[in-house]
Design a protein around this ligand. Structure first.
Ligand code: ADP
Length: 567
């Protein structure tokens, strides 16, 4: 049932969004998740009713409610109600709209198009399925179509309905920020059903107030569910505001949006939003998201344990952050503060040089493009000062947006020690910092020790490529994992038996698959093997194969990590 409704609504969501309508769906918890019936006919009816509702509504909302209204252990009588806030239907026309080729208003065809057949077909289908359809309407205020259908109750099978238990969510406090009252009510009921404690507010200002109040009483919110489209402050702006306040850093944020834009997932990450979901959100998807976000935060206890000292994951570092983009700076600061690091944030290269001269830091994160002195010049100035004073060497990590060829070389040549591509990925940042001992405890690391290894998968890039569609990414990963081991075995066989032709083919196939995943290190080695195969030059193939085995292992671990965070 959930899948049928999800499919039907997803197809209509863009049209509703274009008209600025809120489209919501609520399936009552007592409706069995798996029913025996005709899914394609049900889809046809739902699409007709919701399609009409969207068509005849210019402002407000369209809401689908699904309830169980009767039946027994074997049969369930399920009522689907589709309400809109549209033009409504005059009482004298109500009887006739279910008749073929009838439209409530003779001018309807001109204004709204349509054939007058949709409801006729729907009502015949409903009757054939043994159900009933009716409508209540008030002209100018809206209509509600009710359609009650009998279904066979089936035992839930694996993979249908909410997949995992929600016991882990019980007792968690969650702030719901949505300007639409219906959405708030639906979310409240759903979240309460999972034992959570929702607080509902209608916009950004009220949200910040609620977060502050909760923090002041020593019980900050565990989670925040933020609607993207809100009049006073859009979801991203609100998230940015929340993430700029360290006292709210323990609240995990999820964003709900009616339209996915290219790059939204990446923008979300940059703003410290743990998950980005498209509305109408299927309950099982929301449940999965909440559990995933929670599970991710359990791995980093500080993020979910309220009002506790920040997690001291190993050492607390003194970090100099030089970044002129305020948002990036806030995000990195919030991430680091949460981990118990101390941050001095400056906004240009000149200030960075001054700060490094005044104070001892364990590591510097340096934007490359900055006003006054850019990151490379600032690094050179800091290195020159160190040479003069004979002081310890400050490890400097470049933060750079352009993944241009030669960028990394330019950074290293300027005296930097490593390189983090933007948008900054929290996991990369933390794993990088974990390699730095605090200066007080240990000698400064030599450059060679801190040179960053290129990540096995460029997550930001691949998310961009799939347009932020995490489901598609999951599929890509599954496809890769389905095929890669066989290709790797084939490459191994070809190298061992010196089969140049076979090597070229297998390496080519594996290269294509890993390129899809933004797995650049693997792409490079497979490319080298492909070239060797083509040229029948296999002298270096064994060394290259060893590299490939190592990269494949790293890639495998990276993909494990990705699935661990819900990707
Ligand atoms: P069509 O939409 O193709 O004209 P339908 O059989 O689906 O045909 O609907 C018949 C008529 O019923 C519509 O033309 C419209 O006048 C009226 N109607 C149906 N749904 C709604 C609604 N949600 N709000 C207002 N009028 C509606």
């Amino acid at each position: 049932l959930h899948a049928v409704l999800d499919d039907s609504l997803k197809s209509l969501a863009p049209r509703a969004h274009d008209k600025g309508l809120e489209l919501a769906c609520h399936i009552a918890p007592d409706v069995p998740a798996v029913l025996g019936g005709d899914p394609s006919r049900l889809r046809q009816i739902v699409v007709n009713l919701v399609g009409n509702a969207v068509k005849f509504t210019d402002a407000g909302e369209v809401v689908v409610r699904v309830e169980r209204v009767g039946g027994d252990h074997a049969m369930a009588s399920v009522r689907f109600s589709v309400s809109d806030t549209g033009i409504g239907i005059p009482p004298e026309k109500i009887a006739s709209i279910f008749e073929a080729f009838t439209q409530a208003d003779a001018s309807t065809t001109r204004r709204y198009g349509g054939t007058g057949l949709g409801l006729t077909i729907s009502s015949r289908l409903v009757r054939l399925m043994g159900g009933a359809i009716s409508v209540e309407s008030e002209p100018g205020r809206g209509s509600t179509f009710h359609c009650t259908l009998p279904f066979e109750v089936r035992a839930a099978v694996e993979g249908s309905g909410p997949r995992r238990g929600f016991a882990d969510l019980a007792g968690l406090s969650v702030l719901v920020v949505d300007d639409n009252a219906t959405n708030r009510r639906i979310l409240e009921e759903v979240l309460r059903g999972w034992g959570m404690r929702p607080t509902l507010v209608d916009g950004g200002t009220a949200a910040v107030q609620a977060l502050q109040d909760a923090y002041d009483t020593g019980a900050p919110f565990d989670l925040g569910l933020i609607d993207f489209q809100m009049p006073d402050l859009d979801g991203f702006a609100l998230a940015e505001l929340i993430r700029s306040r360290p006292e709210f850093s323990t609240t995990l944020l999820l964003m709900l949006s009616s339209v996915g834009h290219r790059g939204d997932t990446i923008r979300s990450r940059e703003r410290g939003i743990a998950m980005y979901l498209t509305k109408p959100v299927r309950q099982s998807v929301l449940l999965d998201a909440l559990l995933t976000v929670r599970a991710g935060s359990d791995a980093r206890p500080a993020a979910s344990v309220p009002a506790k000292a920040p997690e001291q994951s190993g050492v607390s570092l003194r970090v100099l952050l030089a970044e002129d983009n305020a948002v990036n700076s806030l995000v990195v600061t919030a991430l680091l503060a949460k981990r118990g690091h101390t941050i001095v944030a400056v906004t240009d290269g000149r200030q960075a040089v001054d700060a490094a001269a005044r104070q001892t830091f364990d590591v510097a994160l340096m934007d490359v493009q900055m006003p006054e002195l850019d990151g490379l010049e600032a690094t050179q100035a800091i290195r020159a000062a160190e040479a003069l004073s004979g002081g310890p060497r400050l490890p400097i990590i470049a933060l750079t947006a352009h993944a241009m060829k030669g960028d990394r070389e330019a950074c290293l040549a300027a005296g930097m020690d490593g390189y983090l591509p933007k948008p900054i990925n929290a996991a990369d940042l933390f794993s990088l910092l974990a390699s730095f001992p605090a200066a007080a405890d240990a000698p400064a690391p030599r450059a060679a020790e801190v040179t960053l290894q290129e990540p096995a998968v460029n997550v930001a890039e691949v998310l961009g490529r799939v347009d932020g569609d995490t489901e598609l990414l999951r599929e890509l990963v599954a496809l890769y994992r389905g095929g890669a081991p066989r290709l790797l075995a084939e490459i191994r066989r070809c190298v061992e038996s010196r089969d140049a032709f076979g090597l070229q083919g297998a390496a080519h196939a594996l290269r294509g698959a890993s390129a899809n995943l933004g797995a650049h290190p693997t792409v490079r080695v497979t490319q080298a093997l492909e070239r060797m195969g083509r040229a029948s030059e296999l002298a270096d193939a064994d060394r290259c194969l060893a590299d490939l085995e190592r990269e494949a292992q790293r890639l495998d671990e990276a993909l494990d990590e990705l699935s661990g965070v819900g990707l």
